[in-house]
Design a protein around this ligand. Structure first.
Ligand code: HEC
Length: 101
């Protein structure tokens, strides 16, 4: 587990090095999982076709800015979470961590 985390962090662009993947996972479970499937091992597709986090993580060209924009208020159909910048960074680090298989 520790090794995997270390690998994940090593592959994430330098941005995420200081962020907390575990913390981001907890925020995602709490704030995002009512709509999105947020776990890596997700095998169930959500009935309403919302993108799962592993699917989001796998998008080519995914950028930190896009992820941050998706968490900002008034974007699309998503609610306003009022996540702090630090919490957003943690969630972004978590989503990036799902990229590493
Ligand atoms: C109330 C339901 C809901 C919750 C809760 C929610 N989302 Fe979403 N999310 C959506 C919907 C709906 C879309 C599809 C966007 C659209 O239709 O334009 C979406 C799309 C996204 C996308 C863009 C995916 C893409 O392919 O471009 C990201 C990134 C995302 N959500 C991240 C999050 C994160 C991070 C959280 C938790 C902090 C979260 N969402 C919580 C409903 C939700």
């Amino acid at each position: 587990m520790l090794l995997r985390l270390a690998c994940a962090i090593a592959f994430i662009p330098s941005f995420a090095a200081a962020q907390d993947v575990q913390q981001g996972r907890e925020i995602a479970l709490r704030w995002c999982s009512s709509c999105h499937v947020v776990e890596r091992a997700a095998t169930v597709a959500p009935a309403d076709g919302l993108p799962t986090f592993p699917a989001i993580a796998g998008k080519p060209g995914l950028s930190v800015d896009q992820l941050r924009a998706a968490m900002n208020p008034q974007h699309s159909r998503m609610p306003d979470f009022a996540l702090s910048r630090r919490q957003q960074d943690d969630v972004i680090a978590y989503i990036y961590s799902l990229r590493i298989k």
